[in-house]
Design a protein around this ligand. Structure first.
Ligand code: G3P
Ligand code: CA
Length: 241
């Protein structure tokens, strides 16, 4: 059965990476949510996709230069829709607390491909452990060094290698890291079937799939998970209950 992750929450219906988007994902019967984390000036894991707050809040500046107090004063909803004004940037802590009250899975993407955020791996793993959610969480990153540090800290937490374009060589790399899955884009894969054979059982999850055509002809039966901005809509279009 393919796992449907709401990408940045149900981000078609609500402002991405906000509690409103996560609650909407639950209403849409997603199996899990995907969130992006960056580190604040005072070392807290904050849920936001970009390195700056400019696109998704009413503020400006880099996340790494702002404290939690400053970040929490920003409006993370009005850029999307005035009806969503008042949404704030969630801390990873808040999301984990909420996830604990649901049965959702959680994919935390560590956004270290542009900012190194020293120590982010420990911060995230500590938080996941505090909430006893390791069995429902997968940590992913485009940055292989980040994944290596995660694996050094914890031999048991699930990790996934994120691939932007060419998947050639990635299975070997994932195996070397002790990764548990590969998160790839359909257009850059040979076929899920051939990769799966090559991966010898390593799960493959595809991003971002909003329309059936986004699967590029890959059958869902070969895919362990998809990341979508619209879980209910995609399920409907694919005829998956
Ligand atoms: O984890 C899959 C996907 O979220 C990676 O790309 O830019 O949407 O974070 P992006
Ligand atoms: Ca992401």
């Amino acid at each position: 059965m393919t796992t449907f992750y709401a990408h940045r929450g149900a981000s078609t219906m609500c402002p991405e990476n906000t509690m409103a988007a996560f609650r909407q994902a639950l209403r849409e019967k997603a199996d899990g949510i995907e969130v992006d984390v960056q580190l604040s000036k005072d070392g807290e894991a904050v849920v936001i996709h970009d390195e700056t707050v400019d696109r998704t809040t009413n503020g400006t500046g880099a996340v790494k230069d702002m404290t939690v107090l400053e970040l929490k004063q920003l409006d993370a909803g009005s850029w999307y829709n005035q009806a969503c004004a008042g949404e704030t940037l969630p801390l990873l802590e808040e999301v984990l607390k909420w996830i604990g009250r649901t049965e959702l899975k959680l994919n935390i993407e560590l956004k270290t491909d542009r900012e190194p955020y020293p120590g982010i791996e420990q911060v995230v793993i500590d938080a996941v452990r505090r909430h006893e959610l390791a069995d429902r969480v997968v940590l992913s990153s485009f940055n292989l060094e980040t994944l290596r540090r995660v694996r050094d800290i914890s031999s048991s937490v699930s990790i996934a290698v994120l691939v932007w374009d060419n998947i050639d060589g990635i299975v070997k790399c994932a195996r070397h890291l002790g990764a548990d899955a590969i998160h790839a884009r359909p257009g850059f894969m040979h076929t899920a079937e051939s990769l799966r054979a090559e991966a010898a059982g390593l799960p493959i999850r595809l991003y971002t799939v909003n329309e059936p055509e986004d699967l590029k002809g890959i059958s869902l039966q070969f895919v362990d998970g998809v990341f979508t901005d619209s879980p209910a809509r995609l399920r409907g279009k694919l005829g998956v209950g």
